[in-house]
Unconditional design. Structure first.
Length: 242
């Protein structure tokens, strides 16, 4: 065998032995790495388990009095929370009851007051039916030369009419004052812009110089009870002129 062939044989045998050692060692190395990893994970789990056991041992180390005190503290917290909820519910109930009571008191006469409005309307029409000229004071009659008798002079028809007018006016004023005591107030929308929440349109008419939608006539005045409309005013409204 030549020297070159001998050298090639020695190189191949050395390479084969090196490869077999390498392959033989690599599983062992991998197992060692995995073993270290599993060991670290097992160590962390053992530590957590030991902490849990310490906590359990600490809890079990409480005396019966301490356990009873802890239970009572938890019960106090629960009862305090319930008491606060009940107190809030009770306050809300009180507010709602007071609001309902006030509304019931304020609007209890709504139907009765609405019926009285017709009487107020009749009295207002009676006052409007008498012209101011009919209520003017008559001229004093000329003095007579004859001696006056003890019998009082008779009243004229105009005087009776004037007294009747005064009586109706006083009655209407007294009725409105009584309604005012219960927060019933009239409102006259003449000249205002038409509002369907407060006005009821009876008719429309083209009026030159009037803005469309303006109240030009009031057939019946409106009434409110506090902030509610007891009766809408019956009005005439201006419309656009063609």
């Amino acid at each position: 065998m030549t020297s070159a062939a001998r050298a090639l044989h020695i190189f191949r045998s050395g390479t084969a032995s090196l490869s077999s050692r390498t392959f033989a060692r690599s599983p062992v190395a991998r197992a060692a790495v995995l073993g270290r990893r599993y060991y670290s994970e097992d160590k962390a789990e053992d530590k957590a388990q030991a902490q849990k056991e310490d906590v359990k041992e600490g809890e079990s180390a409480l005396t019966p009095e301490q356990e009873q005190l802890k239970a009572k503290e938890a019960e106090v917290v629960d009862l305090t929370s319930r008491l606060r909820y009940l107190q809030a519910d009770f306050l809300n109930l009180q507010r709602n009851a007071a609001r309902e009571k006030e509304q019931t008191r304020d609007f209890a006469i709504t139907r009765f007051a609405a019926d009285l409005l017709e009487t107020a309307d009749v009295l207002a029409l009676a006052l409007k039916s008498i012209p101011p000229s009919a209520l003017a004071s008559p001229q004093a009659p000329p003095e007579s030369s004859e001696p006056s008798s003890n019998t009082p002079a008779e009243k004229t028809a105009q005087q009776y009419l004037r007294e009747l007018h005064q009586g109706v006016e006083i009655t209407q004023r007294q009725l409105l004052q009584t309604l005012f005591k219960y927060h019933v107030k009239p409102f006259d929308p003449l000249g205002d812009t038409f509002d369907p929440n407060f006005h009821e349109a009876i008719y429309q008419a083209p009026i030159p110089g009037k803005t469309p939608g303006t109240v030009i006539d009031v057939q019946k005045i409106g009434y409110k009870i506090k902030d509610r409309v007891l009766r809408a005013a019956q009005v005439g409204v201006a419309q656009e002129t063609s």
